[in-house]
Design a protein. Structure first.
Length: 53
């Protein structure tokens, strides 16, 4: 009984790799016209010493 348990624990198919899990995730739909850098700094303007108007 313990031998069977150890075989299942150490078998290669006991868990999925990170890349296998990432392949299963849906690809998000993101607008291609977004400037992420600009948006990031605008949202954190006060943190970086700029005043929001």
């Amino acid at each position: 009984m313990a031998e069977d348990y150890l075989k299942t624990v150490v078998s290669k198919n006991a868990f999925e790799t990170l890349t296998e899990l990432l392949d299963k995730l849906d690809i998000p739909k993101i607008d291609e016209d977004i400037d992420f850098k600009k948006q990031y700094y605008e949202e954190r303007a006060e943190k970086y010493g700029f005043k929001k108007e």
